[in-house]
Design a binder for this molecule. Structure first.
Ligand code: FES
Length: 159
């Protein structure tokens, strides 16, 4: 269900928390639900979650910042997650990452100014033998070994 225009962040958090009531470790699933609904976990959401679950804001903030999946700002229309783990790095991953960032015109960990693409790191996709690898909108892209592969990614995020 979408957040109605009249529903406050506190009401939204309370409604979503009710889905997980009685569940051990409900903080993570609640945060995932909220990010799905809101596109990010901002300070107001952290405060509302802390209040609802009777946790400190620092505890909730710590979890949000620890896990790479949680965003403090909304993502772009397309999300490119580029692998920075060892095998991909050993296959020239750092140079490919720099070329990809330049071609997409966005810094690693940032969203381009027009909101079209977010580039962020990921640490191993389980495809180590065919790296360097990335996920483009959740779909694996392997063997990113040069300009042609980078162009294919650029074309996908241009749409
Ligand atoms: S190190 Fe990149 S997919 Fe495993």
């Amino acid at each position: 269900m979408s957040m109605g225009t009249q529903e406050s962040i506190e009401q939204l958090v309370a409604r979503m928390a009710a889905r997980h009531r009685g569940q051990r470790g409900m903080l993570l699933p609640l945060l995932h639900d909220l990010q799905e609904e809101l596109g990010r976990i901002d300070d107001a959401t952290v405060a509302a979650v802390a209040e609802t679950l009777n946790l400190s804001r620092a505890e909730v903030h710590g979890v949000v910042t620890f896990y790479h999946d949680f965003r403090r700002e909304p993502a772009g229309r397309h999300i490119v997650k580029y692998c920075r783990a060892e095998s991909c790095q050993a296959r020239g991953g750092a140079a490919i990452e720099a070329a990809l960032a330049e071609r997409l015109n966005v810094a690693m960990g940032a969203t381009r100014g027009d909101g079209q693409v977010t580039l962020e790191p990921v640490y191993c996709l389980g495809l180590c033998a065919i790296g360097p690898n990335a996920l483009v909108d959740g779909e694996p892209v392997a063997r990113i070994d040069g300009a042609a592969a980078i162009e294919r990614i650029a074309a996908r995020v241009a749409a």
